[in-house]
Design a protein around this ligand. Structure first.
Ligand code: 3HC
Length: 315
């Protein structure tokens, strides 16, 4: 006898509570599927758009080693994006539609990628802070209740740690360099610190998805708790290389064993998320252009596949 919706929902929640992974062919509530497609597709878009600020410096890396490392990182991000688009497809998302949503401006991607990379030190700050924040948020996702997403995150996180280390090394070298190089590193930290804190999303009280996402064990740790972990780990790293975090209210609290920090500019956050950040238009245009200019590759590959298929049929 067909189970009622209530019975299916109850059994689904029991699986979640028992830490049983949900796989593509399992029954799942429409809302669970929808919120995962939302989050995974935005995550994938973030990886792909995230290639742009760093790609901007591949031809201008200061030496061959830095160029090779940056090339490897940007290639990794492309792979992360494809991994995540594939994870979204296991939920029924159509790849072309998903990508068109990015190009039409309908889909979100992480606010952080709408800021410009003005100097080489920004490449260090992006690796150190942006990938550092991404690791903070992606490690718990390795325990996400949805199997394909969790498994994709295991590999992504391994590569992210290399991304974060190479970024921190760039900042360390600059901070130990000439006064001009140290000033360039400090300027990059000043410009990337607060947007990196915004990566974790709105505060817990303003987050519209957190409660349900945590109930379904998609989100394991809240936005504010992850943000706090990031601040607690990153401030000592800045101090170790002689840079100062641009927050006059930052203070270590012996009692709580955490840093308390200043107020985030949520108007700036909402503005960037709404599409009015310094580089939003440039980023979406670049992705649209990449698709248009790459169309011949897809057409040639499709024609070749078609030819091979008909040759196989004929033989
Ligand atoms: N930029 C843009 N939009 C953001 C955002 C940000 N930094 N933070 C939150 N939002 C959006 C959410 O998407 C949601 O909007 P929607 O309903 O239209 O999707 C709204 O703000 C409310 O936020 P919530 O906190 O309620 O939403 P979530 O529960 O989805 O939490 C999140 C937000 C923590 C970003 C979560 O979606 C998440 O963990 N996503 C997966 C990881 C991810 O995308 N990381 C960011 C970048 S990846 C990266 O940096 C790659 C590295 O290699 C460089």
């Amino acid at each position: 006898m067909e189970k009622s919706l209530e019975q299916k929902l109850e059994e689904f929640q029991q699986k979640i509570d028992a830490e049983i992974r949900i796989e593509p062919t399992d029954w799942m509530p429409d809302e669970y599927r929808k919120t995962l497609i939302r989050q995974i597709s935005q995550h994938a878009h973030s990886e792909i758009v995230g290639m742009l600020p760093e790609g901007n410096w591949i031809t201008r890396a200061p030496n061959l080693r830095r160029k090779a490392v940056l090339l490897a990182k940007v290639q990794d991000e492309a792979g992360h994006g494809l991994y995540l688009y594939s994870a979204a497809e296991t939920l029924g998302a159509d790849r072309e539609e998903t990508i068109d949503d990015l190009h039409s401006g309908k889909a979100k991607y992480s606010s952080i990628f709408n800021y410009p990379t003005l100097t080489w030190a920004d490449i260090g700050a992006v690796g150190w802070l942006v990938d550092g924040a991404a690791i903070m948020n992606q490690v718990p996702l390795c325990r996400c209740s949805y199997g394909p997403y969790a498994r994709a995150m295991v590999r992504v996180c391994k590569e992210e740690s290399f991304h974060q280390r190479q970024g921190f090394e760039i900042m360390m070298r600059l901070a130990q360099g000439t006064p001009e190089q140290k000033a360039m590193a400090q300027d990059a930290l000043n410009r990337w610190w607060w947007p990196a804190l915004m990566m974790f999303g709105p505060t817990d009280k303003d987050s519209k998805h957190s409660a349900q996402s945590m109930n379904w064990k998609i989100k394991r740790i809240s936005n504010d708790d992850l943000r706090q972990q990031f601040v607690d780990i990153t401030v000592p790293q800045a101090e170790m290389i002689g840079l100062s975090v641009p927050d006059k209210d930052l203070v270590w609290n012996e009692e709580t064993q955490h840093y308390s920090y200043g107020e985030i500019n949520w108007d700036e956050f909402m503005n960037v998320v709404a599409g009015n950040g310094p580089c939003n238009k440039e980023r979406v245009t670049a992705r649209r252009k990449a698709k248009e200019e790459g169309m011949w590759v897809r057409e040639a590959a499709a024609a070749f596949a078609e030819k091979r298929k008909s040759a196989k049929k004929a033989s």
